[in-house]
Design a binder for this molecule. Structure first.
Ligand code: SF4
Length: 169
């Protein structure tokens, strides 16, 4: 961060929020440390468990409320930094925006995935254009079906519905 700041580059930080770090993640001390190094964007990403054993780290309703309130406080107190909550801010976007509905994710091997939290791919951007990747059978099926549209009260639709995604794949 110091090197980026020295070069005058714009940069941000991605913070994974768990049941164990939620209060520290939105604490003034932590944000002051980031902002003091020139960080202009903080993206809060709720931890999504990838094993049964790590389920306890996933924020529940109580932690989501603390995260939401903490971000609201930070937005008022630290206007020079942009705060984004993910997937919390999806509610204001009408739900899950994966699979090209709002964005998609490219993994380190070039595989185009619906979202980092839904690491399935049927197309690689080394072989296709981004436009072709957006039209992949998996993405198209997700957008046209009712998987993305499903109501959710937090957490991750595609993680909860991973069996349905695997079936489509
Ligand atoms: S797949 Fe999950 S984390 Fe990704 S956009 Fe959809 S709901 Fe959010």
């Amino acid at each position: 961060m110091d090197a980026l700041h020295e070069k005058g580059l714009l940069f941000g930080a991605s913070v994974t929020v768990t049941t164990q770090n939620v209060d520290e993640a939105v604490s003034p001390a932590f944000i002051d440390a980031l902002a003091g190094r020139g960080c202009k964007l903080v993206i809060y990403v709720e931890y999504v468990p990838v094993t049964e054993e790590s389920q306890e780290l996933a924020p529940g309703e109580e932690e989501r409320i603390r995260l939401r309130d903490g971000i609201a406080r930070l937005r008022a107190q630290v206007p020079e930094v942009v705060f984004v909550s993910f997937p919390g801010d999806e509610k204001s976007s009408g739900g899950c925006i994966a699979a090209g509905r709002g964005f998609f994710h490219i993994n380190s091997h070039g595989g185009a995935e619906p979202c980092p939290f839904s690491p399935y791919s049927d197309v690689n951007v080394r072989d296709t254009s981004l436009r072709q990747a957006l039209a992949s059978p998996l993405f198209a099926a997700l957008r046209e079906g009712d998987v993305l549209a499903d109501d959710h009260v937090g957490g991750c639709v595609l993680f909860e519905k991973r069996a349905a995604v695997e079936a489509l794949l």
